[in-house]
Design a protein around this ligand. Structure first.
Ligand SMILES: NC(=O)c1ccc[n+]([C@@H]2O[C@H](COP(=O)([O-])OP(=O)(O)OC[C@H]3O[C@@H](n4cnc5c(N)ncnc54)[C@H](OP(=O)(O)O)[C@@H]3O)[C@@H](O)[C@H]2O)c1
Length: 302
């Protein structure tokens, strides 16, 4: 089958999208491609200067496009609430919510609310953001939520006794793996609850294989090998773009590169990790996420 490329993205005119962490890397390329296909794109970024620069770069490529910056710091639930309230006040619809922003193996650090940074930024704040924007998603026909995970989910485990690595001591890679497994569990559980409520919104997930971005800033080894193995950001964004726009995407489907070890190549449907199929974990993660963020969805499990 022919490789899926940006040319396969259907026209997005009239559609609205939010991309978190859109100032650089995979998020930037995702926002850029959607804008070039006609979507009105909101870049949700924590750093206003970097965000403005990204908006200008996209406008230079697509002068007629609708691109805006809104500040969103996922390390603070207050910022998530402020962003969501303002976005809901200003918009009638939300076609694509792309949960892309992420941090990988930072030194031990915490969010404003005291959560381990990777669990807080990569999962909890995206959970809160989605919950607060859900009314818009629900009222938009053919809306999608896209969650960006990683092959790192394969070594992730959910330790519900110590989600914040407080008891066992901070371990950067296991914490990253846990956060990326949480992304997959969230994808499945959100889709299940939406379907149970009779909602048509699709939830999909993607991972970019190995892509050279700023993500590797805290891992000297990964940065060192980037020039040899990593693909470039426009290629790394394709699984996300396919998950967001392929008309044939199935509920809770997961896209990644088709090459060896899913490290590089054109995007195809790939299986989620086995641990993501544990329904009890998906339910527990949902409940604990509601408790920790204080954001309760109006969706019950059927
Ligand atoms: N690159 C890979 O090989 C790879 C592999 C598997 C999965 N992924 C996933 O792909 C996604 C995108 O990563 P990337 O490779 O494009 O990395 P990146 O270039 O480092 O981009 C990450 C984005 O997230 C933003 N971000 C970080 N902390 C944030 C916060 N507290 N609030 C709001 N935004 C925040 C960053 O903002 P700043 O620029 O201000 O830091 C940046 O815009 C992540 O979810 C990552 O886990 C990447």
């Amino acid at each position: 089958m022919a490789a899926w490329t940006e040319d396969d993205i259907p026209d997005q005119t009239g559609r609205t999208a939010i991309v978190t962490g859109a100032n650089t890397g995979i998020g930037f390329e995702t926002a850029r491609a959607l804008a070039q296909k006609g979507a009105a794109v909101t870049l949700a970024c924590r750093n206003p200067e970097k965000g403005k620069d990204a908006v200008e770069r996209i406008r230079a490529l697509q002068p007629s496009g609708s691109v805006e910056l809104r500040v969103l710091d996922l390390s603070d639930l207050q910022s998530v609430s402020s962003f969501s309230e303002a976005y809901v006040a200003d918009h009638e619809r939300l076609d694509l919510l792309i949960l892309n922003a992420g941090v990988m193996v930072p030194p031990k650090s915490e969010t404003a609310q005291g959560f381990e940074l990777q669990f807080g930024v990569n999962h909890l704040s995206h959970f809160a953001l989605t919950g607060q924007l859900l009314p818009l998603v629900q009222r938009t026909p053919e809306a999608r939520v896209v969650v960006v995970s990683s092959t790192a989910a394969s070594f992730g485990t959910m330790n519900f006794e110590d989600l914040q690595f407080a008891e066992r001591g901070y371990q950067a890679w296991p914490a990253y793996g846990q956060s990326k497994l949480a992304n997959q569990l969230f994808t499945r559980e959100l889709q299940r609850r939406l379907q149970g409520a009779g909602e048509t919104a699709l939830v999909t997930a993607a991972h970019p294989g190995w892509t050279a971005t700023d993500l590797q800033r805290s891992s000297g080894l990964a940065s060192f090998f980037n020039p040899f193995f990593a693909q470039k950001p426009p290629m790394g964004a394709l699984p996300t773009l396919r998950a967001a726009t392929d008309p044939d995407a199935a509920a809770a489907s997961y896209y990644g590169p088709r090459g060896i070890g899913q490290m590089r190549g054109a995007p195809v449907v790939v299986p989620m990790v086995r641990a993501a199929s544990k329904d009890a974990d998906a339910v527990q993660l949902w409940e604990v996420s509601e408790e920790l963020t204080g954001v309760r969805y109006d969706l019950v499990r059927s």
